[in-house]
Design a protein around this ligand. Sequence first.
Ligand code: SF4
Length: 194
Amino acid sequence: MNEDFLPLAYLNAWEYCHRRFYLEYELGEMEDNEHILMGRHLHRNINEEGVSEEEGVTIHRQQWVWSDRLLVSGIIDAVEERDGLLIPLEYKKGKMGNHLNDRFQLCAAALCLEERLGREIAWGEIFYAANKRRQKIIFSPQLRQMTETAIWAAKKAVTGAIPPPIDNAKKCQDCSLQGICLPFEVKQLRQEMI
Ligand code: SF4
């Protein structure tokens, strides 16, 4: 795949934290923590390509998709066929909530599917392992617009300077790149320089 195509997983990183996106995508930094390992563990049973049938639902696992219009590409964990509808599905390790980063990733995957298949995808689902529930995500005009805006912003950011650390201690504590990013130390230094 062309290097100009932004991987869907990095769109998720962009929405989580612009600095994290830059560290991972532009500088190639990677680090494991318990959240990364749990996510990998969750995907161990679903990361093989294939098609299966379960209770009248056809499940296409690990579907490669891309958009020539948006210049994004990646793999959807699964696409389910139910009652003539196509439903993209992502597996996440956390709990159901308002995680825009997960929504953007799923919506971008749906936009890719729509472009590839020439049909509209109205909604998708995210399975959250922590509470074993599926969250239905409607691909509203607003979510589509926000997703596209995030895609272009992330692409533009690649050519800029590294973004500053975010003001969200909880996110930083959960972030596997904290030891590389040093958010608290960088913020302290910036304050001392003012
Ligand atoms: S530690 Fe915080 S500021 Fe640094 S990359 Fe992670 S989330 Fe972003």
